[in-house]
Design a binder for this molecule. Structure first.
Ligand code: PGA
Length: 252
């Protein structure tokens, strides 16, 4: 099996002013200075990207954005493009988070446009997929995920290693304190890797990092990271406090 460097990513959502973000990033950089062989990413709000980028330069932490628009520039009030994110210091961008799908009208089609923009610009996209509780109850989990992956990755040219990250985030586990069981997580991650393999071939599937997200905490991260197809975590609530996020990063 391919060796995939784990990625622990913090999604700060709509939390922290610029100065709070700077404080948290400074503290986190200090706490994780000993880390080897784990990639670390934080995704502050757009307004904090540039200042946080300065703080984490030459540290173990990379920068991500929480969304991206597909045009490079133009009359699109309120939107942010790939060149802007790159110029603010971003390496990663989270795309299709369930909160965007749920509250802001994100669809598989718009997710795909964002994926293409990120991919062609050199940003590493983190494609978020996940079923709702109703989908799971109705046994639609795999068909929903299949569609999200199929549509999300449509038309993408993915030939570089590690250029794709997928985050499996069951909607019912986000911010609820409910984590999917290890069996549920492994079953879905193996299914997702298989889908990527069918679409792009086994070598890309083996290089793709599949993160789990949904109430990841210091006390459940090790069990999740031990699963063969879990290559990292996308952490919301527990990434806001540098101490708890550092504990998650030090999972092993
Ligand atoms: P949570 O959020 O860790 O607070 O459940 C995860 C996410 O939304 O990425």
């Amino acid at each position: 099996m391919e060796h995939r460097v784990p990625l622990i990513a913090g999604n700060w959502k709509m939390f922290k002013t610029c100065s709070e973000a700077v404080d948290s990033a400074t503290r986190l950089a200090d706490l994780v200075s000993d880390i080897e062989n784990v990639d670390i990413m934080i995704a502050p709000t757009f307004t904090s990207l540039a200042v946080v980028s300065d703080i984490i330069l030459n540290t173990k932490i990379d920068l991500g954005a929480q969304n991206i628009f597909w045009e490079k520039e133009g009359a699109f009030t309120g939107e942010i493009s790939a060149p802007m994110l790159l110029s603010a210091g971003c390496q990663y961008v989270i795309i299709g988070h369930s909160e965007r799908r749920q509250y802001f009208g994100e669809t598989d089609e718009t997710v795909n446009q964002r994926m293409r923009a990120a991919n062609s610009s050199g940003l590493i996209p983190i494609l978020c997929v996940g079923e709702t509780e109703t989908h799971r109850d109705e046994k639609k989990t795999f068909s929903v995920l299949d569609k999200q992956i199929e549509k999300g990755l449509e038309g993408l040219t993915l030939d570089e290693q590690h250029s794709l990250v997928i985050a499996y985030e069951p909607v019912w586990a986000i911010g609820t304190g409910k984590t999917a069981t290890p069996d549920q997580v492994q079953e879905v991650h193996a299914f997702l890797r298989d889908l990527v393999g069918k679409k792009f071939g086994n070598s890309l599937a083996n290089a793709t990092r599949i993160l789990y997200g949904g109430s990841v905490k210091p006390d459940n991260v090790s069990e999740l990271m031990a699963l063969p197809d879990v290559d990292g975590a996308l952490v919301g609530g527990a990434s806001l406090q540098p101490d708890s996020f550092s504990k998650i990063i030090h999972y092993s």
